[in-house]
Ligand binder design. Structure first.
Ligand code: HBI
Ligand code: FE
Length: 297
């Protein structure tokens, strides 16, 4: 059910422990709304309803407000064009449809110009609980609501601009860790308690509960350099989560030029996903129960 030129667009593969994930050429495609089947819309509905029911008291208010502001409901797969009218009016961001993962530089260029790539196809019913590639449910439900928040949107744009600037600097691992532990798996401390803002968590039934309630993982206060040293897991729930106090904190940490940070980091060791260091602001020291020893990337 991918586009006819899917095979032509595929330029390489990303190796993961679950096999290879295709990476596509820069190609922005059209969302062909008529291509979705009844089953596709049902998959969206089932996933939407399941997540939406879990999220009060778990997702941050900015995310829930974004779902509402962008009129994102369970009925059918949302239209990129319709969402773009509302989204662009609010923060200047636009969604572009893609076949899947893009090359890093292309991805950074899009973010720097306030364009967010969203995979246009949705998983099959057999993959409802887990799919190794990002699909429309992850990209749209997980990421898009926060693009309606101006401060988060500014952070993501600054991240993209930093990525473009880092091209050729051997800094990709640091940028990938930053994205992973904030945009994908970030937690935020609020007056009402700990909340989720990371899209990888918000699009996962199991991790939406685990990330907040489990005693196994560490929960550590956000510190840019510490986080950039930390390897991560792509094959299981996270062993550490980093907690911000506000989106403003995230924006301020990343708005300055990262280049000097990379130089400092080059002399420091990487840290295991499960590590705790003496200088960490430890909010919760995880028990590590059930963690596999090996497998950080
Ligand atoms: N492409 N479409 C898409 N979506 C992503 O989240 C994405 C990508 N390309 C590269 C990438 N993410 C990551 O390597 C970032 O961590 C840099
Ligand atoms: Fe994602």
């Amino acid at each position: 059910m991918k586009t006819p030129d899917d095979a032509l667009q595929r330029i390489s593969y990303l190796k993961t422990d679950r096999g290879e994930i295709p990476v596509y050429a820069s190609g922005i495609v059209e969302q062909d709304e008529s291509a979705y089947t009844k089953t596709d819309h049902q998959v969206w509905q089932q996933l939407y309803q399941r997540q939406r029911a879990l999220l009060p008291g778990r997702a941050c208010d900015e995310f829930l407000n974004g779902l509402e502001a962008l009129n994102l409901g369970p009925d059918r797969i949302p239209s990129f064009a319709e969402t773009n009218v509302l989204l662009h009016r609010q923060t200047g961001w636009r969604l572009v449809a893609v076949n899947g993962l893009l090359p890093d530089l292309r991805f950074f260029e899009l973010l720097a110009s306030k364009q967010f790539p969203v995979t246009w196809w949705i998983r099959k019913p057999a993959e409802i609980d887990y799919i190794s590639e990002p699909d429309l449910f992850h990209d749209f439900f997980g990421h898009v609501p926060l693009l309606a928040n101006p401060v988060f949107g500014d952070y993501l744009q600054a991240y993209g601009a930093g990525g473009v600037k880092a091209a050729g600097l051997d800094a990709l691992a640091y940028l990938a860790r930053l994205y992973w532990y904030t945009v994908e798996f970030g937690l935020i401390q609020t007056k009402a308690g700990l909340r989720i803002y990371g899209a990888g968590i918000l699009s996962s039934k199991g991790e939406s509960v685990y990330s907040l309630d489990s005693k196994a993982p560490n929960r550590i206060g956000f510190e840019l350099q510490r986080l950039m040293q930390t390897r991560y897991r792509i094959d299981s729930y996270q062993q550490s989560y980093f907690v911000i106090n506000s989106f403003q904190q995230l924006f301020e940490a990343t708005a300055p030029d990262f280049t000097p940070v990379y130089q400092q980091l080059a002399d420091r060791p990487t840290l295991a996903a499960r590590a705790i260091t003496d200088s960490d602001l430890v909010l919760q020291r995880g028990t590590g129960e059930g963690f596999a020893e090996l497998g950080d990337v």
